[in-house]
Design a protein around this ligand. Structure first.
Ligand SMILES: [Zn+2]
Length: 153
């Protein structure tokens, strides 16, 4: 997943193959993240874009294609794509986002659903709220003040 600067959402970019180029665009607003540059064949560009979309790091893409890390890094940077990182991949947020219903829910419930610690769920949900994907309120409960989350409509 990638942060779209135009519609300010976390989106899964769409790969579109046209007659002479390939573009990566935001499925919600059409913002173009990257375009093939005409140096490589469209098949080769597509192969690399797809691996990048899967969240693979430069070193992993390079390994799969039998190329050097530097080669993939250069390819990615020339197209303005951010590097995928091992523990900062946006896709790690997706299960948390999906686990939040449209009614107000505490992080504890989401943690139970996903089988992770409440602390981890709270951290992920807080970040998703900061990114504008979830709404967050603080409520007084028997267990103290707790944050509740729900999906943005
Ligand atoms: Zn967008």
């Amino acid at each position: 997943m990638i942060w779209c600067p135009q519609c300010k959402r976390l989106v899964e970019p769409a790969l579109k193959r046209e007659e002479k180029r390939i573009i990566l665009l935001c499925p919600s607003c059409g913002y173009v993240f990257a375009t093939s540059l005409g140096v490589l064949s469209l098949d080769e560009e597509e192969r690399r874009f797809k691996l990048w979309l899967q969240g693979l790091m430069d070193v992993e893409i390079a390994e799969k294609l039998g190329l050097s890390d530097g080669c993939i890094r250069g390819w990615r940077e020339r197209r303005g794509l951010p590097a995928n990182r091992p523990n900062r991949r946006m896709r790690t947020y997706k299960p948390f986002l999906d686990a939040v219903p449209s009614e107000w829910t505490p992080a504890r419930k989401v943690a139970e659903k996903l089988g992770c610690s409440t602390l981890r769920a709270a951290k992920m949900l807080k970040r998703l709220a900061e990114l504008g994907y979830l709404e967050r309120v603080r409520r007084k409960t028997e267990m103290g003040n707790i944050y509740f989350y729900r999906r943005v409509k």
